[in-house]
Design a protein around this ligand. Structure first.
Ligand code: ADP
Length: 548
């Protein structure tokens, strides 16, 4: 017997219709590439997204055609999020920090038909325009007055504001299968070619419900959200959708991600929730601490994308009263997998106990199932001391990559159900809190035993002189691999190798303590702000440890 409830497909356009009708007066504030602060309402977002949808129809695109964007966080990007997916096309967000060769590869692979870009990326677009094979229209996201003279380098370049000015704001969002593709994002491809993850309307809406929940990102109509995480990175962790779903005010930071600019925006707009990777928050904290400032409105900050060092978590909480929500996810997971919200039992703990829990990646949000397995694929029970490979499944987790790239990524369990292997190595405690000890490709194996590089980095980062720390495996004739700590120091701070190594004593097992420290000027960061340990491994591949 079937239930007798209305059949209403879960479509992204319905989020915008809802926001317009029920939160029409709520603001969207953007720092623009043009240099000023722009503000309008959900009502205006709705009207402009409909004009844009008409304009897209006018470009002669067919259902599910890919529309690429290379843009910072801003209201025009938000309009694209809704107009492209809402009209049945696929929004393909591209990461502008990738190498031009990779951009050409991804645009061709996705078969993008149109490319929308912020003015900052005009030189990049001019460099790739002649090399891509499917793009029919290039659109600069500005008005005619802001188009620089060298815009002519891209023949037939269209101008965003002109394109939508010519259109009517009446548009009926089409109704189609909720399983239809809505957006596309490529993994950064630290190994091999980048692979595309194709989200659906259904997966995006279910993910938005889950992300907004109180024990997830906890967003409401009373919040003001600043997603520092770029809109070209995994749907900006779902926040542009959650904002419409909840009616929260949303603030976009544009290209200025330095501590001072972010602080001014957070304070000026009285932001209550923000989200980003640890490296961004380092810049913000340095600015706030260096100038004796405080946060007057920020209640929570979501930190994920790479492990949040416990020192950062404590600084936010103890010095500034900002609660850190440590979150974990992947491009393949839309991205949300776990959030570290405490349970009643943890609330009773002392500060140190609570901090130890909050440093974990957290428990799954409803909808995601996770497990860890040993080397032979056997499930490890929650609460076991051992770490294992982390596998996940759920309605917003990838089933296969775009165009079947790389074959079937899933691994079947005994019941024949597919699980996605995350490539992370983790423990799960008795309360279901997951803690990532490493990425499988970053694991250090010393005498056959794993050493958790993230834990070592977290300890080093707690040292007052350390700005950033990466722990990599260095070759050792006896142990195969031993940990080498690569460190950048804070400006004007001094610390010796001996002092730093002594700092580890009593904090980890003796055999985990790194064999050596290498001080460097910079640790290379990837396109999404993560440390590129593969580059460091390459740089230190001939490094001779003193113990070797
Ligand atoms: P890429 O593999 O291209 O970097 P993602 O940006 O999707 O892809 O990154 C996903 C990976 O980032 C996860 O598998 C995990 O290794 C890491 N990650 C994400 N959040 C966290 C976190 N809170 N702590 C530790 N690692 C994290």
């Amino acid at each position: 017997m079937l239930g007798q409830m209305m059949q209403q497909p879960l479509l992204i356009s319905s989020l915008l219709v809802h926001a317009e009708r029920h939160h029409g007066e709520r603001e969207i504030v953007s720092r623009r590439v043009e240099g000023d602060l722009h503000r309008y309402t959900y009502r205006e977002l709705g009207a402009r997204a409909r004009r844009l949808a008409n304009a897209l129809d006018g470009l002669g695109l067919a259902m599910s055609d890919r529309v690429g964007t290379l843009a910072w966080n801003g209201y025009r990007h938000m309009e694209l999020y809704y107009a492209v997916s809402g009209s049945g096309l696929v929004l393909h967000t591209l990461n502008p920090r990738l190498h031009p060769d990779q951009i050409v590869y991804i645009v061709d692979h996705a078969e993008d038909q149109v490319l929308f870009f912020d003015l900052s990326f005009l030189p990049l677009m001019a460099a790739v325009a002649g090399r891509t094979s499917t793009v029919r229209h290039w659109v600069a996201m500005c008005d005619r007055a802001h188009l620089p003279a060298d815009a002519a380098k891209i023949p037939g370049l269209l101008c965003y504001e002109e394109l939508i000015d010519a259109q009517h704001d009446r548009y009926d969002w089409p109704i189609f299968d909720e399983n239809g593709a809505s957006s596309l994002c490529y993994t950064s491809g630290t190994t091999g070619n980048p692979k595309g993850v194709l989200y659906s309307h259904r997966s995006t809406l279910l993910h938005s419900y889950a992300a907004a929940l109180p024990d997830s990102l906890n967003c409401s109509a009373n919040d003001t959200i600043l997603p520092v995480v770029p809109m070209f990175h995994v749907n900006a962790w779902g926040l542009p959708y959650v904002a419409c779903m909840t009616g929260a005010k949303i603030v976009f930071s544009g290209p200025a991600l330095d501590g001072k600019s972010l602080y001014e925006l957070l304070e000026g707009e009285q932001v209550t929730v923000s989200a980003g990777v640890p490296t961004v928050w380092q810049g913000l904290l340095a600015h706030v601490q260096g100038n004796g400032l405080k946060f007057s409105s920020m209640k929570r900050t979501v930190i994920g994308g790479s492990a949040c060092p416990p020192a950062m978590l404590r600084t936010f909480g103890e010095e500034f009263g900002v609660h850190v929500l440590h979150a974990w996810g992947m491009t393949e997971m839309s991205p949300l997998g776990t959030v570290c919200s405490l349970k009643p039992r943890h609330q009773q703990m002392d500060k140190d106990g609570r901090c130890a829990v909050m440093a974990k990646q957290g428990r799954v949000v409803y909808g995601v199932d996770m497990k860890i397995v040993d080397d032979d694929g056997n499930n490890l029970p929650f609460g076991s001391e051992k770490s294992g490979e982390l596998l996940v499944r759920g309605p917003w987790i990838v089933d296969e990559y775009f165009k079947g790239e790389g074959g079937n990524p899933l691994r079947a369990d005994a019941a024949g159900r597919g699980w996605f292997p995350t490539g992370d190595v983790a423990t799960i405690d008795a309360d279901g809190y997951m803690y990532i000890t490493d990425r499988s490709k970053d694991v250090i194996k010393s005498g056959g035993e794993w050493i958790g590089s993230i834990e070592l980095e977290n300890i080093a980062m707690a040292h007052p002189a350390v700005a950033m720390a990466a722990c990599i495996a260095a070759h050792h004739p006896k142990w195969d691999e031993r940990p080498l700590l690569v460190v950048t120091k804070k400006p004007n701070a001094e610390v010796t190798k001996e002092e730093l190594l002594a700092f580890f004593e009593g904090k980890v097992a003796k055999w985990w303590i790194p064999d050596d420290v290498a001080f460097v000027e910079v640790i290379p960061l990837g396109a999404t702000g993560k440390m590129q340990k593969n580059k460091l491994r390459e740089q230190f591949k001939d490094y001779r440890l003193p113990s070797a």
